[in-house]
Write a protein that binds this ligand. Structure first.
Ligand code: BG6
Length: 464
C-alpha cells in the first residue's frame, strides 16, 4: 500500500452537490436538497460551479498550482436516481471520465460516497433514521467499489455529525428539526453503522485500495476552570466528537462516554436504540479503517447552562448573529481575544493541534490522519485583478498548517492536507456569498480567477 503515496498529499476538496450543478442532467435523481432549496428560494444549486461540465478546467488549475490530489464525492443519485434499483449508465460514465481526467493530470482522487446529498426518495422515508437506508447505502457502495476500480482511496460518509446536528439540532438542513435529541443521536449511531458495514464489506472484497471516513472535529473547551463549565464542555464534546470517535475507532461506546450521553438523553427526555449485533459490526470495522479523514474549522467555548435549548444560525455572514444553548448541556460563549469570521466561527489553530494529539493518543486505530478539509469562508468580489488578494485566507491556512506540522513533528501521523475548497462553490446553508476557493468562480460567467492563496499554496507544496 505504501507504493500508492510517497510524499505528502496536497489536495483541494469539493463535494458533488456543491460544485457539479446539472442537478437534472442525464437522469440524475433528486436529493433531499432540490425541492427544499427551491421552496426556500434563497439560492439555486444550479449551475453551482458547473463542475459537471467544467471539471477539466478545474483539474488543470489544480495541477498547475501544485496539487497532487483532489477530494470529490460521487452523487448517489447520479448512480442510483432513487437510491436503489438499476444503475444509471450516464452517471457511471461521468465519474469514469472525471476520475480519468484526475489521474491523467497527476491528481489522486479521494472519493466520498456520501457528502450530505441523500437521495430524496430515501430522505422521505426517514434518511439515516430508517435502517433500510443503511442496506441501500451498502448496495450503492458495493456497486461503486466494483465499478470504479481506478479509485484507490475511499471515504464512506463525510461529517456524520454535521448531518445529525444540522438536520436535528440546529435545524438548518432539511428536515429542519430543532433540538430533536433522539433523532440526532440515533442518526449518529445509524451513520456509524452504515460506515462500519461498508468498511467490513470493502475489506471482505480484498480490493487494492484504502477506506476510511471523515469526521469534522470541533474541540470544546470550558470557558473557565470551574467544575460546572468543565462538565458542560465534556457533555457537548461527548455528543459531537467522542461518541463518534469511540464508535469508529474503538467499536464501542465506553462507559465514560455513555454516562455523558445518557445524562444528555435523560435531561432532554430522549433515547437511543442500539440493536443486537450493532456493536459487533462497529467492533469488526474499528480496526480496519486504513486512514482517518479529519475536517477542522473551529473550536468552541462552553459554559454551564440549564435553561431552555435555543439557537440562532448565522447564515448570512453578519457578524455576531450566532447563539447556541443546549438544555442540560451548555451554552456557547465567546472567548475574549479569539478572533472570529464573519460567520462567527472561532479562528483557533490551537484546536487543530490539540485534536490531532488527542486522536493520536486516544484512538490509535485511526492509523493515519489526513486533514480532509480546512479553510476560510470569505465574502469576495472579483474586480479584474490578475491575482485576487486573499491574505486573510493565506494567514488562516498558514496558521493551521503550522499546527499540523507541529503535531507531525511530535509524532502524529498526518500525511495530507486538503484545503476547503478547490474552487468557490456554494455553501449549504449560506449560499454563494461564502467563498472558500483557491480559485474564484464567477457564478454568472463560470470564469475562474486565480487567488493569491493558490500561489501561496503552490509555493508551500513545492517545499514538502
Ligand atoms: C463542511 C462540509 O462542513 O464544511 C462542506 O463538508 C462545507 O460541505 C464546509 O461546505 C464549510 O461549511 P459552510 O457551512 O461554511 O459551507
Amino acid at each position: 500500500m505504501t507504493s500508492l503515496h510517497h510524499g505528502f498529499i496536497w489536495g483541494g476538496a469539493t463535494a458533488a452537490y456543491q460544485v457539479e450543478g446539472a442537478t437534472t442532467a442525464d437522469s440524475k435523481g433528486k436529493t433531499m436538497w432540490d425541492d427544499y432549496l427551491k421552496a426556500q428560494g434563497r439560492f439555486a444549486p444550479d449551475p453551482a460551479s458547473d463542475f459537471y461540465h467544467r471539471y477539466p478546467t478545474d483539474i488543470k488549475l489544480a495541477q498547475k498550482y501544485g496539487l497532487n490530489a483532489i477530494r470529490v464525492s460521487i452523487a448517489w443519485t447520479r448512480i442510483f436516481p432513487k437510491g436503489y434499483g438499476e444503475p444509471n449508465q450516464a452517471g457511471v460514465e461521468y465519474y469514469h471520465k472525471l476520475f480519468k481526467e484526475c489521474l491523467d493530470h497527476g491528481l489522486t482522487p479521494y472519493v466520498s460516497l456520501h457528502h450530505f446529498d441523500s437521495p430524496k426518495t430515501l430522505f422521505d422515508d426517514g434518511d439515516w433514521l430508517n435502517r433500510k437506508n443503511i442496506d441501500y447505502f451498502v448496495q450503492y457502495a458495493e456497486f461503486c467499489f466494483k465499478e470504479f476500480t481506478e479509485v484507490k482511496n475511499w471515504f464512506t460518509i463525510n461529517e456524520l455529525i454535521s448531518l445529525a446536528l444540522s438536520q436535528y439540532i440546529a435545524g438548518n438542513f432539511p428536515p429542519n428539526h430543532h433540538f430533536d435529541v433522539t433523532s440526532a443521536i440515533q442518526a449518529e449511531h445509524n451513520e456509524l453503522l452504515a460506515h462500519a458495514r461498508v468498511v467490513n464489506l470493502y475489506k471482505s472484497l480484498n480490493l487494492d485500495g484504502r477506506i476510511g471516513l471523515i469526521h469534522v472535529l470541533q474541540p470544546i473547551y470550558p470557558i473557565t476552570d470551574s467544575a460546572a463549565d468543565k462538565h458542560a464542555a465534556a457533555l457537548y464534546d461527548a455528543f459531537i466528537n467522542r461518541f463518534l470517535l469511540d464508535g469508529t475507532f474503538l467499536g464501542e461506546y465506553t462507559p465514560e462516554t455513555m454516562s455523558l450521553i445518557n445524562e444528555i438523553l435523560q435531561k432532554n427526555d430522549a433515547h437511543l436504540d442500539i440493536q443486537d449485533g450493532d456493536m459487533d459490526i462497529l467492533k469488526e470495522a474499528s480496526t480496519q479503517n486504513d486512514y482517518f479523514g479529519m475536517n477542522y474549522y473551529q473550536s468552541a467555548f462552553m459554559q454551564a447552562y440549564d435553561g431552555p435549548s435555543g439557537n440562532q444560525f448565522n447564515g448570512t455572514g453578519e457578524k455576531g448573529t450566532t447563539s447556541f444553548s443546549f438544555h442540560g448541556v451548555g451554552q456557547m460563549v465567546q472567548k475574549p481575544g479569539v478572533p472570529t469570521t464573519d460567520w462567527d466561527w472561532n479562528i483557533y489553530p490551537e484546536g487543530l493541534y490539540d485534536v490531532l494529539k488527542r486522536v493520536a493518543r486516544e484512538y490509535p486505530n485511526s492509523h493515519m490522519i489526513m486533514i480532509t478539509e480546512n479553510g476560510l469562508g470569505l465574502k469576495e468580489q472579483y474586480h479584474g485583478e490578475e491575482i485576487m488578494q486573499d491574505d486573510k485566507r493565506i494567514d488562516f491556512i498558514d496558521q493551521h498548517m503550522a499546527a499540523v506540522l507541529k503535531a507531525r513533528a511530535e509524532g502524529v501521523n498526518v500525511q495530507g492536507y486538503f484545503v476547503w475548497s478547490l474552487q468557490d462553490q456554494f455553501s449549504w446553508a449560506n449560499g454563494y456569498n461564502k467563498r472558500y476557493g483557491l480559485f474564484y468562480v464567477d457564478f454568472d460567467t463560470q470564469e475562474r480567477h486565480v487567488k493569491k492563496s493558490a500561489l501561496w499554496f503552490k509555493a508551500l507544496a513545492d517545499t514538502m
